[in-house]
Design a protein. Structure first.
Length: 146
């Protein structure tokens, strides 16, 4: 995804909504689902322990994920004028994402693909299957990460 990532970042630079780029980059850095990102609140982010707690997930099981240096940098650069980290509606993110991927020349790229990229990156850090499952929220270790 290196070449694709550059195209994506170039397209993100042209977005009018300044929260779209951090949303996309956080998805890549955390493996969080779109809904998890949109529901993330500042009180769930622990800068000291470098974690974000996600109490409500698609699977129904809360999880706490580690925050990379890049994720922390993204979070530190965001305004805190709302209790949510990314005060966006699902529709606003969806529409902006569609424009970004078209602008990047990647019409088949889905937001969920960013999650797969993140999990692959975590796997490259030599994390165990159990650690990857905790981060991703996969209950079954047979779930493919690529």
């Amino acid at each position: 995804m290196p070449g694709e990532l550059k195209r994506l970042i170039d397209a993100l630079r042209l977005t009018r909504n300044k929260l779209i780029k951090p949303a996309v980059l956080l998805a890549i850095e955390t493996a969080m689902r779109r809904g998890e990102l949109l529901n993330l609140t500042w009180d769930a982010v622990d800068f000291q322990s470098r974690t974000a707690h996600i109490p409500h997930t698609k699977t129904g099981y809360a999880r706490t994920i580690p925050l990379t240096d890049q994720a922390l940098e993204i979070l530190e650069g965001l305004p805190r004028n709302d209790h949510r980290v990314l005060p966006l509606s699902a529709m606003a993110l969806r529409l902006a994402w569609n424009r970004v991927r078209e602008r990047a020349g990647m019409p088949d790229l889905h937001f969920h693909d960013l999650r797969h990229e993140a999990i692959s990156r975590f796997a490259e850090m030599a994390l165990t299957t159990v650690e990857l499952s905790v981060i991703s929220g996969h209950r079954d270790p047979r779930v493919r990460t690529h």
